[in-house]
Design a protein around this ligand. Structure first.
Ligand SMILES: Cc1cc2nc3c(=O)[nH]c(=O)nc-3n(C[C@H](O)[C@H](O)[C@H](O)COP(=O)(O)OP(=O)(O)OC[C@H]3O[C@@H](n4cnc5c(N)ncnc54)[C@H](O)[C@@H]3O)c2cc1C
Length: 384
């Protein structure tokens, strides 16, 4: 079906700010349904991103219905998870749904190509402001002028200058977390996603395509202060976990230096701001140790696209109803995971309790898969 309202070089039915997983998935879903959709993304593809690169299989069937097949693109099958306390004591269990390992370099590129093939537009511009009037929403960019659209989706990730401009509440809170990621070659099990605790943080290790190993860690910034550089920090702090040390010391870096990001906020967010509908990390960010942020960005984009398509079928619908319906669906789908993620995170930052928890989990084989299930959803099947 064609939902044509108006489209010229700077106007479209749906404009999406940010072409990461949430933005590209929403664009793809809508473009396949015949909606004129345009994505504004500030960076070129392909590019590496700070991310653990483990994606829950809950979104695999949905991605396939959109014509995106991570497995055909070389993704690894991740079937086991391992938790390691600072002492190196660890517990291992099967991943209830399993997952796949694919670099963001490849996954975002796959989605980008699929959006173009479905007739969506992707342009490279940084959005600097969003203003709403009665007819449409105006989106201002740094160098490409102003765009207009009937619906605007904010899919610009965990933190953007735009949040400040829009005066979103969470941006005023201080954020003490930073993260680093790099790819390596060397020995690591093909089917394992492992999480190693170290003082002040945790490090995820798993395999992605072409035999590469992704190592990504998140740490409290106070633990960084006394070190000159990442290499020094890693040796002094990450290596305190003997298991992690044993792995890292036998890997060979592929990147010249790790990628880093800071000011990562897990503060509660809303899923709509004025006329802007938010998806992915812009709508709410789960602690990375849960390994479900990408799953949530993809599944959330589907919820938003479905709500939007229903509204586009009703000429007299109200924007406020769309925002309300979507926010309700979003919270029903993800609030429990977010709450559990916060609980999990609190435990990770209490090493003694975490040590006991790992010990306890090793006596209860059902317990770790149970906890994983609390932060993941059910597979999204075609006809839902
Ligand atoms: C350390 C760490 C490890 C993680 N590990 C995992 C993991 O193993 N598994 C998992 O499922 N999740 C993980 N996550 C979470 C996951 O990375 C995010 O949840 C996911 O990337 C969210 O997708 P998104 O589309 O919302 O944002 P992004 O993928 O960040 O995309 C946002 C896009 O918006 C663009 N953008 C930003 N501002 C503007 C602007 N003003 N104008 C135009 N474009 C703009 C950016 O360039 C970017 O491309 C991890 C996160 C961190 C921090």
């Amino acid at each position: 079906m064609q939902y044509s309202l108006h489209s010229n070089s700077h106007s479209s039915d749906v404009l999406i700010i940010g072409g990461g997983l949430g933005g590209l998935t929403a664009a793809l879903h809508l473009a396949k349904a015949g909606v004129q959709v345009r994505v504004l993304e500030k960076e070129a593809y392909p590019r590496h991103k700070v991310c653990g690169e483990y994606v829950s299989n809950e979104v695999l069937p949905y991605l396939k219905t959109l014509g995106v097949d991570p497995v055909a693109a070389g993704a690894t099958h991740l079937q086991r998870c391992l938790l390691s306390a600072e002492s190196g004591r660890s517990v291992e269990a099967p991943l209830p749904l399993g997952g796949f390992g694919l670099s963001r370099y490849r996954l975002d590129q796959l989605l980008f190509e699929a959006v173009l093939a479905a007739g969506g537009k992707v342009e490279f511009a940084e959005v600097t402001d969003v203003q709403t009037d009665t007819e449409c929403t105006q989106v201002h960019t740094r160098r490409s002028g102003t765009y207009r659209a009937r619906f605007v989706i904010g899919a610009y990730g965990k933190r953007s200058r735009l949040d400040k401009k829009l005066n979103r509440a969470f941006i005023r809170e201080k954020t003490p977390y930073l993260a680093a990621k790099a790819h390596y070659t060397g020995a690591f099990p093909e089917d394992l996603v492992a999480l190693y605790c170290f003082p002040g943080g945790y490090c995820g290790v798993s395999k992605v395509e072409e035999g590469r190993i992704n190592v990504c860690y998140l740490a409290h910034q106070r633990t960084f202060r006394s070190y000159q550089n990442l290499a020094q920090y890693e040796q002094a702090v990450l290596y305190q976990n003997p298991e992690l040390k044993a792995i890292l010391t036998r890997l060979t870096p592929v990147f010249e230096r790790p990628l880093t990001i800071s000011q990562i906020s897990f503060a509660p967010k809303r899923q709509a701001h004025d006329q802007l509908l938010l998806v992915g990390d812009a709508a709410g960010m789960i602690h990375p140790l849960c390994g479900n942020g990408m799953g949530m960005a993809i599944a959330g984009a589907r919820l938003l696209a479905k709500n939007m398509l229903t509204c586009l079928d009703q000429p007299d619908f109200q924007q406020a109803h769309l925002a309300e319906g979507y926010s309700k669906d979003w919270q029903a789908a993800f609030q429990h995971r977010l709450n559990f993620g916060r609980l999990f995170n609190a435990l990770f930052y209490r090493p003694t309790y975490f040590e006991w928890a790992v010990k306890g989990l090793s006596y209860l084989p059902w317990a770790l898969p149970f906890f994983v299930r609390q932060t993941h959803g059910q597979p999204i099947l075609e006809d839902e």
